[in-house]
Design a binder for this molecule. Sequence first.
Ligand code: ADP
Ligand code: MG
Length: 268
Amino acid sequence: REPRPASGRRDAPEPGQPVHAPMLEVSGLTVRFGGLTALDGLQLHAAAGELLGLIGPNGSGKTTFFNALTGFVPVSGGQVRFDGKDITGAAPRRVAACGIARTFQRLRLLSELSVFDNLMLGLHLALPHGPWVNLFARRRLAAAVRERAAEARELLAVFSPALAGRLAEPLRALPMIDRRLVEICRALVRAPRLLLLDEPSAGMTPDETAALMDDLHAVKARRPGTAVILIEHDMAVIERVSDRCLVLDYGRRLCEGSFAAVSRDPEV
Ligand code: ADP
Ligand code: MG
């Protein structure tokens, strides 16, 4: 844990800024794949409302960190606390229920389903459900689905108005960039408190990447408490959007701080 300034004044938020409360605390997180230690005692924290840039060379354990946090690979040691609750090694469903949503470096969408259906995947957990609802409260369920659908369309329109008009089309008809946007919106439709983005701009041109980051900022401005951890290899993007960066190397924290401080570090 980083030492806190005693008065708390040094990191007091600017007027109008969200109060940064500790949200995610990771200590000593270790993941081993046979003889390979992909994460080696990782220390990391993220506060409500902040955007933490996670950088490091290929194979340094960035994706493994997301996978360990969200229950996609087993944890070999250490602890993950979210809102003070221990969620170390929790299954994906429980992690999602806590308010953590993610995207994947290699997209996980269903190409035969429509854009709309892909956006709604997994959302049933957040809707009223169960046999009683299905039989006797269908109107309530339908109203909830309509409400979420409107929200999904609105969200998608922030990123791409054209795409918001193509909700009924099968995903396979869309280019890769639009699929990425669908996956980001699928994570956002859940209104997560912590959003994990794994190289969301992969395959995009610099202009497309800049537009994506502006759109993310627009969504974040509407939901000021949402924390984001962004894995991104383009340092110009990290410099522009992150409040703080953490550099991983061989599964360990190499250094942490503002982009300016981190980029001055000779080890980095
Ligand atoms: P990054 O996202 O930083 O490029 P990864 O987290 O994907 O790196 O990988 C870290 C290391 O762990 C790499 O050496 C990779 O080959 C290995 N690794 C990742 N996932 C698995 C897995 N499921 N099984 C075995 N090895 C893995
Ligand atoms: Mg990766």
